[in-house]
Design a protein around this ligand. Structure first.
Ligand SMILES: [Zn+2]
Length: 159
């Protein structure tokens, strides 16, 4: 397993089943094609992926996704000032534990989502992360219908 190289658009993922580590394909693999996994959270624009890979693994990624920067325009769509504000807010969320903390997180998400409704499309990666955060907060607060609304909104852009 330690021989599997990185790609930002990998054909495999590593999953754990109890104490077993499994390599699973996530799409069809051609005969002779190299098996790859993503060493990092791959839902980031290429410049950020490169930064993480350089810092953590000391290499520059040359995968097709990095070469073409194909998804960057969608991930960074909308007003830069707006997505930077959302990016910073999501990064500060940390690890809420109590109901009160989750309510604060949800209120913050709702305020930012409302303020930026016209400034950011749902394909913006930081808006998506905020929608995920709002969904997590709703799940923790047992507000199922609201959680479903946030979750459904992310499906199409993630796909
Ligand atoms: Zn790459």
């Amino acid at each position: 397993m330690s021989l599997v190289n990185h790609s930002c658009d990998p054909n495999c993922v590593i999953v754990f089943e109890g104490r077993q580590l499994l390599l699973r394909s996530v799409r069809e693999i051609q005969i002779g094609e190299e098996l790859t996994i993503s060493y990092i959270e791959s839902l980031m624009p290429s410049s950020e992926r490169q930064k993480h890979l350089k810092r953590q693994y000391c290499f520059e990624c040359n995968c097709l996704l990095c070469k073409t920067q194909e998804k960057d325009a969608d991930m960074l769509a909308g007003e830069e000032q707006a997505w930077k504000e959302i990016k910073d807010a999501v990064a500060k969320v940390g690890d809420p534990r109590s109901q009160e903390e989750w309510e604060q997180v949800l209120a913050m998400c709702q305020a930012l989502l409302n303020n930026n409704a016209d400034r950011l499309p749902d394909t913006n990666i930081y808006l998506l992360k905020m929608l995920d955060c709002a969904m997590d907060a709703c799940i923790n607060l047992r507000r199922w219908e609201e959680a479903l609304l946030y979750g459904n909104r992310t499906l199409k852009p993630y796909r």
